[in-house]
Design a protein around this ligand. Structure first.
Ligand code: AMP
Length: 596
């Protein structure tokens, strides 16, 4: 192991590619991003397990026991991020973010060993297509691992950062990222050191694991024909088959055919039988061509959404281990009529880009500035149509591909007839059909008491910051009653009690206390949490009063109050308490004089 501590780095920020199959940690040293290897291994398998003696295993050691002890091993946890599921590890249930935290913690420790100093700050990448709950779950995992997550950035953005750091000419680049479990394609514009994502599209459950699964089914069918035995039926045997198929798949990237071999894989009629099936490249290509077509469909959509013609695209960058698949490259060449480019190992590009971004956060002069876009349309459910054919529909407010930070608002009416309560579901998705979008939260305005003769107006505002934090605010014009995103039953956001329970379970699992990095208020205090998280803090009362007063203020006061509210919010997010105190006092004064 090389010791790479640099005296000039006082508080290093690491870049982490938290992958479905493998994870990678990198850091910038002397202005250059470098992957932190151990014993020659850059990739840490994203697998967590418990050994027979109760020891916690992460990475290679955990992956090695996957086939033998599937009950005591968890792989591909990234696919579960943002879902309200429990994952069982040796009989105890964990959330996906707890398991991810174990992986993150081991990457943090790897960085500490390499740098020879404590590491507590990180940039973590996620697929551009990850939605809000999935991003939130990733943040929570980071905090459980004892990391301050400085920023969540999109994987394709990270990749383009590493390929184009420092270039000055304007280029349009397609970043095609096919990893183990997720697929992302983004069209980015790089100009004078600024990376702007023009559009992105993807599929959070499409990747090399699916190729393994298809190959395994094919091989199992051939074995069944010969031996009348289903290799997929038993979990342990299935894992051995999948592992053999993954090896064969990788070999097929360079060979025209392979033997899928696994010694003594099962007992058939009292006899130990080995697996030995030949698969040719063209057979494999047929198996996976439907999945590859799906990725090409996403590429077409992303190009269309970017507003560019194919002729305006300068370059195709491939990221992710599965882009080594010849059929993938062939289809991309045919479709895009250009040669893909790799100047960096596709497995490492994302982590290197994350390290580039991390270095600029740490104040080091590397890498271009980042401009990102919203990856989903966000809006609310509202009644639309004429009085005789009303229906509840999805009303988009902040559109997909809006540059970040984004702030959009819209005005809605209450429904007369003494409406006292407005429930506003917050949705994410691209379909005009309400039920095809995902509810990510809900606002509730109570005590409106609208009178029958005049409908009130509700202003709904969406703000999405660069780190993907969404804040939604609704204010009713006549009463001034307002609320910021109050999530009821959100899929992945943890409540404080869940957070401490998670920390306890993890402490028991790892034998180390794992508390959120800035644990002043548990999950309630972080800069990535929605603004409701800070409800109850002293400045909130003044802010609430200001919002209630807004509709009754003249234009000049309104502008002043709005400006202060914006500054207060920024100060609160940045955690700048002295600034916050000053601004709140100023707002308080302003309200006092405005009322007079
Ligand atoms: P990543 O998440 O980027 O590390 O990608 C991991 C995926 O890439 C896994 O599904 C691997 O099986 C796959 N992969 C790695 N090497 C190859 C290869 N030579 N040919 C095809 N797939 C590969």
């Amino acid at each position: 192991m090389t010791h790479m501590h640099d005296e000039t780095i006082s508080s290093p920020v690491i870049g982490i590619d938290l992958g479905t199959t493998n994870s990678v940690v990198a850091v910038c040293l002397d202005g250059r991003p470098r992957v932190l290897e151990e014993e020659g291994n850059a990739l840490v398998p994203s697998v967590v397990g418990l050994a027979a003696d109760g020891r916690l295993l992460v990475g290679e050691a955990a992956r090695n026991q996957l086939a033998a002890f599937p009950d005591r091993t968890i792989a591909s946890v990234k696919r579960r991020m943002g879902q309200a599921v429990k994952l069982s590890l040796a009989g105890t249930d964990y959330t996906p973010q707890e398991i991810s935290a174990v992986i993150l913690r081991s990457l943090k420790e790897r960085a500490e060993r390499a740098l020879g100093c404590p590491v507590s700050r990180a940039v973590i990448t996620v697929p551009a297509f990850f939605d809000e709950p999935q991003r939130q779950a990733t943040l929570e995992a980071g905090r459980l691992a004892g990391l301050t997550v400085e920023r969540i950035i999109n994987e394709p953005t990270a990749a383009s950062l590493v390929y184009h750091a420092g270039s000055t000419d304007r280029r349009h680049v397609i970043v095609y990222d096919l990893g183990g479990g997720t697929f992302d394609v983004s069209i980015v514009r790089i100009e004078r050191g600024v990376v702007e994502v023009l559009s992105s599209k993807g599929d959070t459950s499409l990747g090399g694991d699916d190729f393994d699964e298809l190959l395994a089914r094919h091989v199992a069918a051939r074995f069944q024909q010969e031996h009348d035995h289903d290799l997929m039926a038993d979990a342990g045997t299935r894992w051995r088959l999948l592992t053999a198929c993954e090896r064969a798949k990788c070999a097929l990237s360079t060979a025209a055919s392979v033997q899928v071999v696994e010694e003594f894989i099962v007992m058939v009629r009292g006899r130990r039988v080995s697996l030995d099936v030949e698969v040719a490249r063209h057979e494999y290509d047929e198996l996976i061509s439907g999945l590859v077509d799906r990725t090409i469909g996403c590429v077409d959509t992303a190009i269309r959404d970017s507003g560019l013609a194919l002729s305006q695209i300068d370059e195709l960058i491939l990221v992710g281990g599965s882009t080594r698949t010849p059929l993938v490259q062939q289809r991309l060449r045919d479709e895009l009529r250009r040669e893909p480019r790799w100047s960096v190992d596709p497995d490492l590009a994302v982590a290197l880009g994350a390290a580039t971004q991390a270095a600029s956060i740490a104040g080091q002069a590397v890498g271009p500035v980042l401009v990102d876009v919203a990856t989903h349309t966000l809006g609310i459910a509202a009644v639309c149509g004429s009085p005789w054919s009303e229906q509840l529909s999805f009303v988009p407010i902040l559109r997909r591909n809006s540059p970040l930070p984004a702030r959009y608002e819209d005005l809605f009416s209450t429904h007369g007839d003494d409406q006292d309560l407005a429930l506003i579901p917050v949705l994410q998705g691209e379909s005009p059909r309400l039920e095809e979008n995902r509810e990510i939260g809900r606002l509730k305005l109570e005590g409106l008491n609208a009178s029958a003769d005049c409908d009130g107006k509700i202003l709904v505002r969406f703000e999405l910051s660069l780190d993907g934090t969404l804040q939604v605010m609704a204010v009713e014009s006549r009463s001034g009653i307002s609320q910021r995103l109050a999530i009821v039953g959100a899929l992945s956001r943890m409540q404080e009690k869940d957070a401490s329970a998670a920390a306890e379970r993890l402490a028991a699992l790892t034998g180390v206390a794992m508390l959120p990095a800035d644990d002043a208020g548990g999950f309630e205090a972080g800069r990535h949490e929605p603004a409701t998280a800070s409800a109850g803090r002293p400045h909130e009362a003044v802010v609430r009063r200001a919002r209630q007063a807004l509709p009754g203020l003249g234009p000049e006061d309104t502008a002043d109050v709005e400006r202060l509210l914006r500054l207060i919010e920024e100060a609160a997010i940045a955690g700048d308490e002295p600034l916050l105190g000053g601004l709140v006092a100023e707002l308080d004064d302003l309200l006092f004089y405005a009322a007079g």
